[in-house]
Design a protein around this ligand. Structure first.
Ligand SMILES: Cc1cc2nc3c(=O)[nH]c(=O)nc-3n(C[C@H](O)[C@H](O)[C@H](O)COP(=O)(O)OP(=O)(O)OC[C@H]3O[C@@H](n4cnc5c(N)ncnc54)[C@H](O)[C@@H]3O)c2cc1C
Ligand SMILES: NC(=O)c1ccc[n+]([C@@H]2O[C@H](COP(=O)([O-])OP(=O)(O)OC[C@H]3O[C@@H](n4cnc5c(N)ncnc54)[C@H](O)[C@@H]3O)[C@@H](O)[C@H]2O)c1
Length: 687
């Protein structure tokens, strides 16, 4: 067939020759319908007129096909264009073309496109009319770069021709995008976490300590006492190249206390929530010296500390202050340490209020060793009770756990213990588990009194539902090795006797001896009954080079990790500013001429006045209450306060604590612990 035989307009006939040839080839695709229907003259005539009517549309379509064939070999672009062509077919709104569209098997086309092979034209029987359609294919592009023939798969029967659904394509595309997005996100997260782990494991080189700065100014010695929330937060934020930093603490690791109540039952392993102090100091920009010792005396006049290491091994120590010529195997190492600046962050110790029997018979929950002690004691009482006959009152006593103190520590540990009974012991020691009973004794009318009323009620309800016996408005006044005596606040003659197998004491904080030692030497600290008194920049009242933070201070803030952490950050900034002040002072004393000195003096005054006070930003409180529920009093700025409790809050509680963990290593280990417990349950072995 020649070009002139095509039923098309003059416009098309005026196309350049090469286009005409190509158009001719391409049109043969459509004329396949016409020429191969010799017995249906009427239909043929109708189709010819239809073709001329549709000519502009067809032309546009053929242009697109041409473009498709000449487009870059990027599969992505080709697919986009194929999609458009497909839609154009549909838009022709003519049955034959819709049929064509239905045959426009994109997958086949894509495959063909990839392999760039020629495909034979196929013959198909079309419906009852029985006219054979020979589809020849699209011709070469105008540039002649591609000459692939496209063929179409067999056509469906006329009456049941199912058109491809475009919504399927969109869904597929969306799923693909989501898939690729998720993959990219996962890879990016793995990369980020790996980088952070690598950074933590291989810290950069540190600047060594030196007696002076390069300009000759003396480098001050900053001694930090403690390795808890306050001290470690200070250390992490401090530019340790500005001072010779020494950290002194009897605990050579940081302990993430919020997850400590999960340790006795094994929900979280102890090693997952501790971070060695040396790993932390090694990541500081300037060298930090760590001494595992406890400060036993602070001399604020001579800026000197006495420190003691409680060692059970041969010390070999030649410290001046030990006073012993021949160190024995269990000798304490006592020595002294001078400071220019001192930060006291020694925390607090559990309070017993001097109540008889408490110190001897209770287990506390403050340190890792306490959590291990609780674990051992719990397993002991379980196994001992298991041996005794069922009706033995001793068995009943051993199966009774008393927790004294309905603050967050008491509530969290009671909740964790009850989870252990319900979720694990019931499976492995059903008889003992069914006899185990937990009683929480609280002096106030409610537990968790720092939370809002709604959450307090919710907590009480959850505890009752999970079988924890709440004994509120009762003050424990005396303890012996087998019984706790709790006096009712309403009637002091009403004494409840609670025989117990294990007693956990969680009634809050008391100050450490070293705090008493320091405050006794400073007149301004005479009223410091509960902790050191500090000003709004955390400077200890009555001193000019001792700061204190966290639980060892007595301020308007609650003794929480959140407060200590923010105070640590504040002090780091404060020491950076103090360094600038010292720097200016040094420059003034070593400068001339006078105008320069005057300028520096003005700057110094400005810097000294520019030491901001500590401002606490309360972000809310969270507490675990057992049976996979938690309560939260959350605060956003000054305007929003949200209280929530339940399973969702429990997930929030977990996420918040994962986020707060000190290192990526801790974050990963804690997550693994939770997954492990989810899969295998908690361990019930004794050690
Ligand atoms: C079980 C439990 C759960 C808690 N959960 C939360 C919670 O979820 N959210 C919250 O905000 N708060 C929580 N807290 C409170 C929080 O742990 C404390 O407020 C926080 O630890 C106080 O930080 P700190 O730096 O003052 O003291 P600590 O973190 O107690 O650190 C004190 C450091 O000083 C060292 N030290 C002691 N004596 C000496 C000495 N003589 N010389 C040198 N160093 C010494 C100690 O070894 C320790 O390293 C919890 C507390 C406990 C016990
Ligand atoms: N999830 C958390 O946010 C969380 C968890 C643990 C601890 N902390 C913080 O750590 C600090 C200490 O917490 P805590 O729970 O150990 O102590 P706490 O001071 O918060 O609570 C101690 C409770 O023991 C009660 N009590 C005291 N003496 C008693 C007696 N003789 N008999 C009966 N009850 C008595 C008190 O009324 C009080 O409710 C608090 O500031 C607390 O906010 C926070």
């Amino acid at each position: 067939m020649t070009f002139n035989e095509f039923p098309i307009s003059d416009d098309l006939r005026n196309l350049p020759d090469e286009y005409q040839t190509n158009f001719c080839k391409e049109h043969s695709l459509l004329l396949g319908y016409v020429t191969s229907a010799p017995f249906y003259e009427d239909f043929r005539a109708g189709l010819l007129s239809l073709l001329s009517a549709l000519e502009p549309k067809i032309q546009q379509l053929l242009m697109m096909i041409r473009e498709y064939l000449s487009i870059s070999t990027r599969i992505h672009n080709q697919i986009i264009l194929l999609d458009q062509i497909y839609k154009e077919f549909i838009a022709l709104e003519t049955y034959q073309f819709q049929l064509l569209a239905s045959n426009f098997n994109q997958n086949v086309l894509k495959q063909k496109l990839k392999s760039n092979t020629e495909t034979e034209a196929s013959s198909t029987t079309l419906g009852p009319e029985m006219f054979r359609t020979r589809i020849i294919g699209f011709g070469a592009s105008a540039t002649g770069r591609l000459a692939a023939r496209r063929s179409f798969a067999s056509s469906p029967r006329l009456g049941s021709a199912a058109l491809p659904k475009s919504s399927g394509g969109i869904l597929k595309k969306t799923l693909k995008t989501i898939g690729y997005g998720s993959l990219a996100f996962t890879l990016a997260s793995i990369g980020y976490v790996s980088f952070k782990v690598w950074r933590e494991s291989y810290p950069e080189e540190q600047q060594k300590q030196a007696p002076t700065f390069p300009d000759g100014r003396k480098k001050k010695t900053l001694v930090i006492l403690g390795s808890g929330w306050g001290s470690i937060s200070l250390l992490k934020k401090l530019d340790t190249t500005l001072y010779n930093v020494v950290i002194v603490s009897p605990r050579n690791y940081f302990l993430f206390t919020p997850l400590l109540p999960s340790c006795p039952t094994g929900t979280v392993e102890v090693r997952s929530i501790i971070e060695p102090v040396r790993a932390i100091t090694r990541r500081c920009p300037g060298e930090v010296i760590y001494l595992e010792a406890e400060a036993t005396d602070i001399d604020p006049v001579n800026n000197r500390l006495t420190i003691k290491q409680l060692t059970t091994v041969h010390s070999g120590h030649s410290g001046k202050d030990s006073g012993s010529a021949k160190p024995s195997l269990s000798e304490d190492i006592i020595t002294s340490l001078d400071y220019d600046y001192l930060v006291v962050g020694v925390g607090a110790q559990p309070s017993t209020f001097g109540l008889p029997g408490v110190a001897e018979h209770s287990t506390f929950l403050k340190e890792v060793s306490d959590s291990m002690k609780i674990r051992r004691r719990l397993m002991d009482v379980l196994e001992a009770a298991n041996i005794l006959p069922k009706d033995d009152p001793e068995r009943k006593r051993l199966c009774h756990i008393v927790v004294c103190g309905g603050g967050p520590t008491g509530v969290e540990v009671a909740g964790e213990l009850q989870d252990y009974i319900d979720q694990d012991l019931k499976a492995w020691m059903p008889e003992i588990a069914s006899e185990l009973k937990i009683t929480l004794v609280e002096a106030m009318p409610n537990v968790l009194s720092m939370f809002n009323k709604k959450l307090v009620d919710y907590t009480s309800q959850v505890m009752k539902d999970t079988n924890i016996n709440l004994l509120c408005s009762h003050v424990v006044q005396k303890v012996n090795d087998k019984t706790v005596y709790a006096v009712s606040k309403a009637d002091s003659k009403d004494v409840t006797e609670l025989p117990y197998g294990m007693l956990i004491w969680a009634t809050g904080n008391a100050k450490r001896p070293i705090i008493g030692n320091l405050s006794s030497k400073i007149e301004e600290q005479n009223n410091a009954k509960k902790g050191l008194l500090v000003d709004d920049r955390l400077l200890v009242d009555g001193t000019d080079n001792i700061w204190a933070l966290g639980d060892c201070t007595f301020t308007k803030y609650a003794p929480t990790a959140q407060v200590a952490f923010q105070q640590g950050i504040f002090l780091a900034e404060h020491f950076h500013r103090l360094h600038d002040v010292e720097d200016l002072k040094y420059k003034i004393s070593n400068s001339s001429p006078d105008e320069r000195v005057d300028r520096l003096k003005k700057k110094l005054v400005r810097s000294q006045n520019n030491l901001p006070p500590f401002e606490y930003n309360h972000q809310g409180s969270l507490a675990y209450i057992g049976s996979e529920r938690a309560v939260a009093d959350l605060v956003w700025g000054d305007w929003s306060n949200v209280s929530s409790g339940g399973t969702f809050t429990f997930l929030l509680w977990r996420s918040a604590y994962i986020y707060m963990c000190l290192s990526v290593k801790n974050q990963i280990l804690v997550c693994f612990d939770w997954i492990k417990v989810g899969w295998f349950g908690r361990d019930i072995s004794k050690e």
